[in-house]
Design a protein around this ligand. Structure first.
Ligand SMILES: [Zn+2]
Length: 484
């Protein structure tokens, strides 16, 4: 059956992208003179499996940018996007086109396999969000949700917020996680709703994937592509309705927003909201003094640790030592913010007992460091010497969600007998099970193999490492779970 053209038009997705601050900060690039080669460039992708035509005949001033900057991204990322969103029997479109238009409004739009880009928006954003905006459109090409409706009159239509949220989820968490594009939702967490679309929904999807089902996005994408998207699938895959998940995510979002200081008042640091208190969160640091803390195997605190402006700060690493919580914790979730100095190195240890000669002899360590300048090859967020995050395809290096030295970062550390999780700035790194075969194998191959007390205690102090560099902490909050 031939498809009437109005249906294809209706399937076009217009995308408006909220500009983020880093894009606003970019100076507008001066467009080169409209000379040189104009017209169409054809890129062969994945050894000829796919082909993309980039058409700048209306906007020859953009040709050199599309050739130098955009074409390599399309070539590298189109096959990756196809791989990230698989479904049974699905073959991604083999021929796609990207057309730059001189009179188009908005940002970009996709209909079927054709991406249209508004040159007026792209010109001032070439060094900012331009490539990511095209990646977002390429994801629409890979989604191909319109296809099922062409053959199946009963096909359901996935809601727009989900279609756009998924595209932004892949863009911000797979293509450019270093941009922190979804942090925008932390500015007004009270206004965020799971179906707010784009980055807000992307943040929601990332949260549900990390907390409920690693393959959720893949499964929902497959359903949408087959014309079988149904809200009931959320409950089927996660045990909760999308509304329930949305409420839970919102609570988490408020905590993260308060943590990064984007809450309406800065006086909110080291305070728990009513909702957090109800959920059982407790502060480990009161923001005023060092009560509840002591140095390893002492009842005192060295002068290198100071409380200043509501921060627990290691200001002199030569006279600080490891700082242990008075209370001991077995199964818990810890959240805190840290701000590390250039080249700084610190860490959060847990299940620390006083039996060892040092805190690290018993307690596994969530490493903290300035990933850019610190010398330790164990990077921030890794479980020291044992676990590290997966390779980030956009950098070829282990995933790195940290912000530069001097900025606040949010840590989430879950420690339970069933599962432990490491997360930085809302990006989950990995999980592991203490005492599992995999865990024990890794310990056996590490420097901890010689430490009989290492990771053996089921409870112990939370300990902040204070002898490797300047670091500040705030909003240190903990929620304990009943041991099962
Ligand atoms: Zn879109």
């Amino acid at each position: 059956m031939k498809i009437p053209s109005f249906i294809i038009l209706a399937a076009a997705l217009a995308c408006s992208i909220t500009p983020s601050t880093f894009a606003d900060d970019q100076p507008a690039e001066t467009a080169p003179k409209a000379e040189g080669p104009s017209g169409k460039q054809t890129i062969e992708i994945a050894g000829g499996k796919y082909e993309c035509t980039i058409d700048t005949s209306e906007t020859p001033d953009l040709t050199s940018w599309t050739e130098k900057e955009l074409a390599p991204v399309v070539k590298e990322w189109y096959p990756k996007l196809v791989e990230l969103l698989p479904s049974e029997g699905f073959e991604a479109p083999a021929k796609i086109s990207i057309v730059f238009k001189k009179d188009m409004r908005g940002v970009a739009a996709t209909g079927g396999t054709r991406i249209s880009c508004a040159a007026d928006w792209f010109r001032p954003n070439l060094e900012g969000e331009a490539k990511g905006a095209v990646v977002h459109e390429l994801i629409h090409v890979v989604q191909q949700y319109g296809r099922s409706r062409q053959n199946n009159p009963d096909a359901t239509r996935a809601p727009g917020w989900f279609v756009e949220g998924l595209a932004d989820y892949i863009r911000w968490y797979a293509y450019e996680p270093q941009s922190h594009g979804t942090d925008i939702v932390l500015r007004k967490p009270e206004r965020a709703h799971y179906d707010s679309s784009y980055r807000v929904t992307a943040d929601f999807l990332n949260w549900v994937v990390g907390n409920y089902d690693h393959d959720l996005v893949k499964k929902l994408n497959a359903a949408a592509r087959e014309g079988k998207y149904d809200e009931a699938l959320w409950k089927q895959y996660t045990g909760k309705t999308v509304q329930e998940l949305g409420d839970e995510w919102k609570t988490n979002l408020s905590a993260r927003a308060a943590a990064v200081g984007n809450a309406p008042e800065t006086s909110k640091i080291n305070r728990l909201t009513e909702a957090q208190q109800k959920e059982g969160w407790k502060l480990l640091f009161n923001g005023k003094d060092l009560s509840g803390w002591h140095n390893f195997k002492t009842n005192t605190v060295c002068e290198g640790w100071q409380v200043k402006d509501g921060l627990l700060a290691c200001i002199d690493p030569h006279n600080a030592g490891d700082l242990c919580s008075q209370d001991e914790f077995g199964a818990f979730e810890l959240q805190l913010d840290y701000n590390i100095s250039v080249g700084g190195n610190s860490g959060i240890m847990y299940h620390v007992t006083e039996k060892g000669r040092a805190a690290w002899a018993s307690g596994p360590e969530f490493q903290l460091e300035d990933n850019k300048k610190a010398g330790d090859p164990i990077r921030c967020g890794w479980l020291y010497g044992l676990y590290q995050p997966p390779i980030d395809p956009s950098t070829g290096k282990p995933l790195d969600a940290t912000k530069s030295a001097g900025q606040w970062n949010h840590v989430r550390l879950l420690v339970t007998p069933e599962k432990c999780e490491h997360e930085i700035n809302g990006v989950k790194y990995f999980d592991y099970v203490i005492g599992s075969d995999d865990f024990n194998d890794r310990v056996a191959k590490s420097k901890f193999a010689k430490m009989p007390l290492f990771a053996k205690s089921k409870t112990g102090a939370v300990t902040l490492q204070g002898d490797h560099g300047q670091v500040s902490f705030r909003n240190i909050m903990i929620k304990t779970f009943d041991s099962k």
